[in-house]
Design a protein around this ligand. Structure first.
Ligand code: SIN
Ligand code: CO
Length: 376
């Protein structure tokens, strides 16, 4: 069990998206979620996104995975980073649950780092919120204030920045947590061989929102309303202020109508940036087979990273899963709530859900898609 030693409500009010926070011993008796050997093994797989960062005097080098062996890197000044551990390692579920005081749509992934002494990615700024939790070993972290910082070595292509004045300067030990909101410079340096976990949370940019909306309009051949005007400017070469505003009002009109944007948001926010480890059955399950599994005592699991989202005030009864809308009859709302809130179901909970034929039908579809799986 991973239990956070702080009050989520106070954290959200005072720190979330506002300022960094250090919590020593945020997880009491913290146990690493994965061993370095298991992590190294995962990073050998094609479908897993991994990289090794080698720290150099005034620079760094990134080598993208998968990796066959690590001997070439020696025993210091490098770090292995593996993204989306929660997709590939079901034991992460309890740890993920500890952060579900924040909405699922914001959650990006759980990144794990195995770092040797001297390893670290250098001073940088992220555009997402991150909780860094220290496992085995010790790392020295500094966090600076929000601001404008020069790129390292004046290189406009580098993600690294020149130094910053620390407002937090700490050695993280097992179970400690450091929260860093977007825009705050930070740097981690490894003191002893260390495992650390980065819980990343992300929100869409204007660019991403516009692009999703545009794709949706094109796919559905909607948004065809055109600009019209009652008056024209006297200068032929001029686009009047009024015309500019009325064109932008066409966008605002679209954005003000839940019927047009809800499906776009639901689909967009329920998608994942990292590959999912789909658990498709070799042969599709039938409804009768589901009953057999339940009779044999099976448990029901959601695959790691899969998002099941609902929109408050949605105009249709539907749940968004991995970029797709699944409609359901209104009277199974309570079961859908269960399905969206839990990551796993014991045999009795699953049996209860299967008692309702519409719920069972939806779960059957999700099992056959490889979104859910039976386990023991
Ligand atoms: C690291 O663990 O060094 C990288 C995490 C980060 O800085 O976002
Ligand atoms: Co960072």
């Amino acid at each position: 069990m991973y239990h956070l030693n702080f009050a989520p409500k106070t954290f959200i009010e005072q720190y979330w998206q506002k300022k960094p926070l250090l919590i020593k011993n945020a997880f009491e008796n913290f146990e690493d979620i994965i061993t370095p050997d298991e992590l190294a093994g995962l990073a050998c797989e094609d479908s897993v996104s991994s990289r090794v960062v080698i720290t150099k005097e005034n620079d760094w080098q990134i080598i993208e995975g998968p990796f066959e062996d690590y001997d070439q890197f020696g025993d210091k000044n490098w770090q292995l980073l593996v993204q989306a551990l929660n997709h590939w390692h079901p034991d992460s579920a309890g740890f993920i649950n500890a952060f579900r005081f924040l909405p699922d749509w914001r959650f990006d992934d759980l990144m794990v780092s195995f770092a040797t002494p001297g390893g670290g990615v250098g001073a940088h700024i992220d555009n997402y919120d991150v909780f860094i939790i220290q496992g085995e070993g010790e790392r020295h972290w500094t966090v600076g204030d929000k601001g404008l910082y020069a790129p390292k070595n004046n290189d406009p292509t580098t993600p690294l920045i020149e130094g910053f004045e620390p407002i937090i300067d700490v050695v993280l030990e097992k179970g400690d947590l450091l929260y860093i909101p977007p825009g705050f410079p930070h740097q981690g340096q490894t003191l002893t061989t260390a495992m650390s976990y980065s819980m990343g949370f992300r929100a869409p940019s204007q660019q991403e929102l516009f692009s999703e909306i545009a794709d949706n309009l094109i796919d559905n051949a909607t948004g065809l309303k055109r600009f019209t005007s009652q008056s024209e400017p006297t200068q032929a070469s001029q686009v009047s202020t009024q015309h500019q505003q009325h064109m932008m009002a066409l966008i605002a009109e679209f954005a003000a109508c839940p019927n047009s944007y809800q499906a776009v948001l639901g689909k967009m926010l329920s998608q994942n940036r990292f590959e999912l480890d789909l658990c498709e059955p070799e042969e599709e399950y039938s409804a009768e087979e589901l009953d057999d599994y339940i009779c044999q005592g099976a448990l029901l699991y959601r695959i790691g990273g899969l998002k099941l989202l609902q929109l408050e005030g949605d105009c249709t009864s539907r749940v968004f899963i991995n970029g797709e809308a699944f409609e359901y009859p209104e009277d199974i709302e309570e079961n859908i709530t269960q399905l969206t809130q839990r990551l796993s179901f014991d045999n009795q909970q699953a049996a209860l859900l299967f008692q309702c034929s519409a719920t069972k039908e939806l779960i059957l579809t999700l099992l056959n898609r490889g979104y859910f799986y039976f386990g023991e």
